[in-house]
Design a protein. Structure first.
Length: 285
């Protein structure tokens, strides 16, 4: 249970760091770049990595999109937290689980039971209520959490495909993808430095290091939690998604004084109910 709690804490902490970073006028691109340096180093140190298994038949068609999408969606995550807050962003990120579920149904022809159908039916209005905006808020700001949901949903779907591959260890794939994401981010930062005349700063490095450490911690403790609950993975699934929504909501409302409407609160409550039904669908297949 400790690993699970630490994973939830690390996940929410990433959002908190981005929320605080906005007050110091940091470069999100540089923060994401330094994040991948630390995440890559820690992954190489703590995970078993075997590069000898890589060859032309390795799943590069999955690696390459992930290398581009990971830093891109991370930047959108930072923008979403800046514009609409931690509460809605974390909820949108967790509800992204519906994307791989829909992919399993529509693309991979997986059969749905009643619990999964109920979860989806409740989750869709929950999403609409969570993302419902005030009249005085620009519509483009509310596009960010929607992009977070779609982006993380597609990423999750691709990672699930990698988990099914037996020829390359999952942790080796993770390191390869982190390295590619770092290369993409470095190219973007170089563009900023050369053409936009931005400068590297110690503040960007510090925030990037913190994001990288907690980002890696989230992955490490999540994998350890799955190992500890190997006979009941649905417990990890439910606790992780519900825990992040609840803790993220408490942090956003209590610490950062984020304002939510009645519809937003209703949406969060329905999201938790939807996750319960999705979890039940994994137990009673």
């Amino acid at each position: 249970m400790l690993y699970l709690l630490l994973s939830i804490f690390c996940s929410v902490s990433v959002g908190v760091i981005f929320k605080i970073a906005r007050t110091h006028n940091v470069s999100s691109g540089q923060v994401v770049g330094f994040n991948y340096i630390f995440a890559l180093l820690l992954s190489y140190l703590f995970f078993p990595v075997d590069f000898t298994v890589l060859n032309t038949s390795s799943p590069w068609e999955i690696y390459l999109p992930l290398m581009v999408m990971l830093p891109s969606v991370f930047l959108v995550l930072a923008l979403s937290i800046r514009h609409v807050g931690i509460v809605r962003t974390d909820a949108a990120q967790r509800l992204s689980l519906f994307i791989p579920i829909l992919a399993a149904w529509l693309i991979f022809k997986e059969e749905f039971n009643a619990y999964k159908i109920l979860g989806l039916c409740i989750g869709l209005p929950a999403l609409a209520l969570i993302l419902s905006k005030k009249a005085d808020k620009p519509a483009k700001e509310w596009a960010y959490p929607a992009l977070v949901l779609v982006g993380f949903g597609v990423i999750d779907t691709l990672f699930k495909q990698i988990a099914l591959i037996k020829t390359v260890p999952y942790t080796t794939s993770l390191v390869i993808i982190f390295f590619g994401a770092l290369v993409i981010t470095v190219l973007a930062v170089c563009y900023e430095l050369i053409f936009l005349k931005k400068k590297l700063s110690l503040m960007n490095f510090a925030y990037g290091a913190l994001v990288g450490i907690f980002n890696f911690g989230n992955i490490l403790f999540y994998l350890k939690a799955h190992k500890a609950f190997a006979e009941n993975p649905s417990t990890v699934f439910a606790a992780m998604n519900m825990g992040v929504i609840v803790l993220g909501s408490l942090v956003g409302i209590i610490i950062f004084k984020e304002k939510l409407s009645g519809r937003n609160y209703t949406g969060i409550a329905l999201a938790l109910v939807a996750i319960v039904f999705i979890t039940l669908s994994q137990i009673y297949k």
